[in-house]
Design a protein around this ligand. Sequence first.
Ligand SMILES: *[C@@H]1O[C@H](CO)[C@@H](O)[C@H](O)[C@H]1NC(C)=O
Ligand SMILES: *[C@@H]1O[C@H](CO)[C@@H](O)[C@H](O)[C@H]1NC(C)=O
Ligand SMILES: *[C@@H]1O[C@H](CO)[C@@H](O)[C@H](O)[C@H]1NC(C)=O
Length: 342
Amino acid sequence: MVPTLPLLLLCQLALYTAVASKKDCGRPLLGDGMDGKALHMVYSPGDKVVLSCNNGYTPTGNPRTIVCSASGVWTPSKLKCLAKSCSFPQNPDHGEMVFEDITYQSTINFTCHDGYTIQGASTIECLANGEWSEPPPKCLPLHCGMPPIPAHGRIVYDGLYYGNTIVFGSGVTYECRPPFVLVGRERGTCSYNGEWTEPPKCKLVTCPPPTNITNGYMTSDVIWELGYKDTVRYGCNLHYVLDGPVEIECLKTGTWSNKPVCRAPCSIELTETHYIRNTHLTDKTPHNGIINVHCINKNAKCRYAVQSQCIDGEAHIPECLKETNDFVKTFNSTYQLEITIC
Ligand SMILES: *[C@@H]1O[C@H](CO)[C@@H](O)[C@H](O)[C@H]1NC(C)=O
Ligand SMILES: *[C@@H]1O[C@H](CO)[C@@H](O)[C@H](O)[C@H]1NC(C)=O
Ligand SMILES: *[C@@H]1O[C@H](CO)[C@@H](O)[C@H](O)[C@H]1NC(C)=O
């Protein structure tokens, strides 16, 4: 038994020298997506390796088995690993998606438009099995609660609402009950963050006690302050005519609208010598009233019509009536009627 050991050693030595004369292969070069986890750094001639693809890649092409040749070079492989594709994603309504690719490990980012809120994952990834990690999200409209009602005010809704939420972009109009006046924005909207825009305030507005008008009166004698939209009426004394609005109103600014004035009548001191038609000599002609007079043409012994208008107590007296008219003086008014028209 003793001599066998040296012989075995000898045999091993011979084998070693035979291997050393050949070249080893290095780790095979791998293409995209190929699985290199089980590979060694060094292979001996004659060693075989079956190349495969990583998870998420689909293998195509043969041969896939490579052999380390005696010259230390791997035989060629035609294996290609193609990244798996996920289905083409669906753009959510009212949203956007951003992606560069839809292959394995690609991601898609989703965002929703203003007024919409995302329901689901905002980022999804294409998995090794060719499925997306999660279904695409939905963009749901944002809702606001009911808007706050300002004290002394009310709200007019643009449309009909059921329940107690109002959808983004909807609007309301605020109103204040007089004598309160709206301060701020009249329109309110449910904004993109689900909040209402700043509601206005209702401010009390009063006007100082209204004042009398000359030659006129107020229908009620008001000595206290009145509020926005309150009204007061005016009238004029006998023979005076109201010029302007009968009623004034307390404005948003806390002042009254323009008051009317009372226009004076005309009392013309015409003597009997003047021929006056339509108007009794002692009458007061009201403001804006027309005074019809006839002047006498003393040479032709006839009369002709002249008009004058009363403007706030003043009437223009026609020239013919101003001059001394001896002819006319000889007639009294009854007689004058018999004078013919020129
Ligand atoms: C998705 O969003 C993340 C974080 O903002 C960003 O790093 C990534 O590049 C985005 N992906 C795409 C495809 O735009
Ligand atoms: C207005 O006139 C009336 C009558 O002329 C008078 O009694 C009243 O005191 C006046 N009021 C004011 C506020 O001046
Ligand atoms: C007017 O004059 C006529 C004639 O001159 C005369 O008859 C008449 O009585 C007079 N009338 C008046 C009211 O003076």
